[in-house]
Ligand binder design. Structure first.
Ligand SMILES: *[C@@H]1O[C@H](CO)[C@@H](O)[C@H](O)[C@H]1NC(C)=O
Length: 662
């Protein structure tokens, strides 16, 4: 009889009689031996790397500020279900590391009782805890600011031990081995314990008791949940064929993820940014003795410390940050600093700005703003009165391609966001609300930055797209990308033309359309897209959709014949062949214009018939009445009906992706 789990029993009840051990082994054997993993060193979409002296399976965005350690059970880090879970966690934006705490020596199921004891001696949980520390240090040196740890059985005990220090910021313990009350008493970080109803190792009563100890500790968030009807090990050693087992395991994964998201992702806002507060005044802040802005002292101080100079001084700071590898920079400024932020937002120096109770801003400055900007003003403010702030908001919202946000805080005075009294509850609340708004803005704009960063080659070259017949702007694509990303997708708009878009001046006598077409073939586009998709997958993206317009529509159809994408949307496509349609393997939606000689409605409908005859391929065809080829991205902003049709196509696109990608 194989009895792996007895190893913990042997440790925790070393003083018990042989009889009780034997009784236990008989009971434990049936539950602990179910579904041992078939180890596979190549499983998972991540890679094995060396981190802090340990080999580790690593998956997820390498530049994430949030990392999760998954700590294996006795079967080690090559268990495919554990790696699959790691990939799942990684898809939620965490860098996930599964170290090999057993140095290539996981528990052999065929070990005798004696061998098991020797094995456990070599691989104690205290050693696991010590070995985790260099891994954590290595992650921190890479820029990770918050670390969670989840452990199973053996690993669950290690997590509790780690939770006694500041090494981790949140822990999740799943069907743990023997945890002592002493260990629990020393826990200082938020911890969730997920246990099985049928578990002799960590019986529900014991876990609940540990939960009670935790809940009496002040400042330590805790959570205990017993999963009904499942055995020890259910979270990672379930049978794929048992629907209810899979469901219980997945529920535990969700709980784990929610715990980490709640306990760590909050900190993204607080800790996820590198924050720099330069001394723009070179040690010479405004003397508090200066009575008011009309005094000569104030004027001479301001002459030395002008806001234009502040803007110039900020640039070397920004360059220094970029040279350190920072790709996305937001700037928030208060009063004097608010004016500096507006000046910075006129350039590509920053990716987003937040202006709080600003000093004197001119319409000209606002007119030149190129970057997303939020203006947070006070209701009672002589230097930036609400009407003026709202007026700036109107100017900004009329600018195409510049996101803006204006909010007036009621009942507060200029300076409220940083110069409030700690004793005034309502003042503190208003200040904190402005901090939240600021953080939300940066978080929102940072998401976008992923998108503009990926396309940074295209952005500086962007020119209005004009033809004789239609007026539109390439920026509509950027705007649409923002709209899709606001729905929770990471959106990437690659520059498939390497900075050489279709010549927009059709009257240019030197225009050589054939040469351009030859240089930018759709097959090449398809191959280039595959490289981008592979890069996304290596970052932990699990599901990819592609939408393409005209030229891009053809590329999407080509991609849809591969496993590279999981869903496609084709809008007013260029020339597609029946052969190409025949090879489509993934769900595809074709949105066409009624007035379109490049892709006439009858042809689109015919493609739809071919697709609907293919088993296993979901398809959808819709013809938009009264619109021309290009309507979904090259529309006139002033034409209400054109905007409506375009937006309807965007909605259809989003619905399709939500159905098949999310
Ligand atoms: C507005 O757009 C619609 C649809 O594209 C078009 O039929 C109509 O002529 C446009 N109206 C104007 C005034 O350009």
């Amino acid at each position: 009889m194989k009895v792996y789990c007895s190893l913990f029993w042997g440790v925790s009840l070393v003083y018990c009689t042989c009889l009780s051990i034997i009784v236990y082994l008989r009971m434990a054997s049936s539950q602990c031996l179910e579904n041992p993993p078939s180890l596979d060193s190549t499983s998972g979409i991540g890679s094995v790397q060396e981190i802090g002296d340990l080999k580790a399976y690593v998956t997820g965005p390498q530049d994430s500020k949030l990392a999760i350690l998954l700590i294996h059970d006795a079967f080690g880090y090559e268990a495919p279900k554990l790696r699959k879970l790691a990939d799942k966690v990684a898809a939620n934006g965490f860098l996930v590391v599964v170290p090999d705490f057993f140095y290539g020596d996981p528990l052999d199921p065929d070990y005798s009782e004696v061998d098991r004891q020797a094995w456990l001696k070599a691989h104690s949980m205290d050693k696991g805890c010590e070995d985790a520390k260099p891994v954590i240090a290595a992650l921190r040196s890479k820029g990770v600011t918050s670390i969670g740890a989840a452990g199973f059985c053996w690993g669950g005990v290690v997590v509790v031990k780690l939770a006694r220090s500041k090494d981790i910021q949140a822990g999740v313990v799943l069907h743990p081995g023997p945890i002592t009350e002493d260990d629990i008493n020393e826990v200082i970080c938020p911890i969730a314990i997920l246990g099985a109803e049928i578990d002799r190792f960590s019986p529900p009563e014991q876990l609940k008791h540990l939960g009670e100890i935790l809940s009496t500790k002040s400042g330590v968030d805790s959570f205990v949940k017993i999963f009904p009807g499942v055995n020890h090990g259910w979270a990672v050693r379930y049978s794929d064929d048992d629907e209810s087992a899979v469901k219980s395991a997945e529920e535990s994964h969700e709980d784990m993820l929610n715990w980490f998201t709640k306990k760590l992702a909050d900190k993204v806002a607080a800790n996820g940014f590198l924050v720099v507060v330069p001394d723009f005044f070179y040690g010479d802040p405004l003397d508090l003795g200066i009575p008011n802005v009309d005094s000569p002292d104030w004027k001479s101080w301001l002459k030395v410390h002008g806001m234009d100079k502040g803007c110039e001084d900020a640039k070397p700071v920004i360059s220094a940050l970029r040279s350190k590898g920072v790709t996305s920079i937001g700037a928030a400024g208060f009063c004097w600093g608010g004016v500096v932020v507006v000046k910075l937002a006129r350039s590509d120096d920053i990716q987003a700005g937040v202006v709080l109770h600003p000093g004197p801003i001119t319409d000209d400055d606002i007119n030149e703003v190129k970057r997303p900007i939020a203006i947070l003003g006070a209701e009672i403010d002589n230097s930036s009165p609400p009407e003026k702030v709202k007026h700036f908001g109107e100017i900004l919202s009329a600018k195409s391609g510049v996101d803006s946000f204006v909010k007036i805080y009621p009942g507060v005075s200029h300076g409220w966001s940083v110069r409030y009294s700690d004793d005034d509850e309502s003042a503190v609340k208003s200040a904190e609300e402005s901090h939240e708004d600021m953080l939300n803005w940066f978080t929102k704009c940072q998401v976008k930055e992923v998108f503009s960063k990926t396309s940074s080659r295209a952005r500086p070259n962007i020119k209005p797209y004009k033809t004789r017949n239609s007026i539109g702007y390439t920026l509509h694509i950027w705007k649409l990308a923002d709209k899709v990303s606001a729905n929770g997708f990471l959106v990437v708009v690659p520059d498939f033309f390497y900075g050489d878009p279709y010549p927009y001046d059709l009257d240019d006598p030197k225009l050589d359309r054939e040469a351009w077409r030859k240089a930018h073939g759709k097959d090449k586009g398809c191959e280039d897209a595959k490289t981008v998709i592979s890069a996304l997958r290596s970052k932990g993206v699990t599901s990819v959709g592609a939408a393409g317009f005209c030229w891009g529509g053809v590329v999407v159809v080509k991609l849809a014949s591969s496993d590279y994408i999981q869903a496609g949307v084709v809008l007013h496509p260029g020339r597609i062949t029946e052969d190409e349609i025949n090879e489509v393997k993934c769900p595809i939606s074709i949105l066409g214009a009624e007035i379109d000689s490049a892709s006439p409605p009858e042809q689109m409908k015919h493609f739809g018939e071919i697709l609907s005859a293919k088993p296993g391929v979901d398809s959808f065809v819709k013809i938009f009445p009264g619109v021309n080829h290009g309507w979904s991205v090259r529309y006139d902003d002033d034409n209400e009906s054109a905007v409506k049709s375009a937006e309807e196509s965007h909605e259809d696109m989003l619905d399709w992706f939500t159905k098949y990608i999310k």
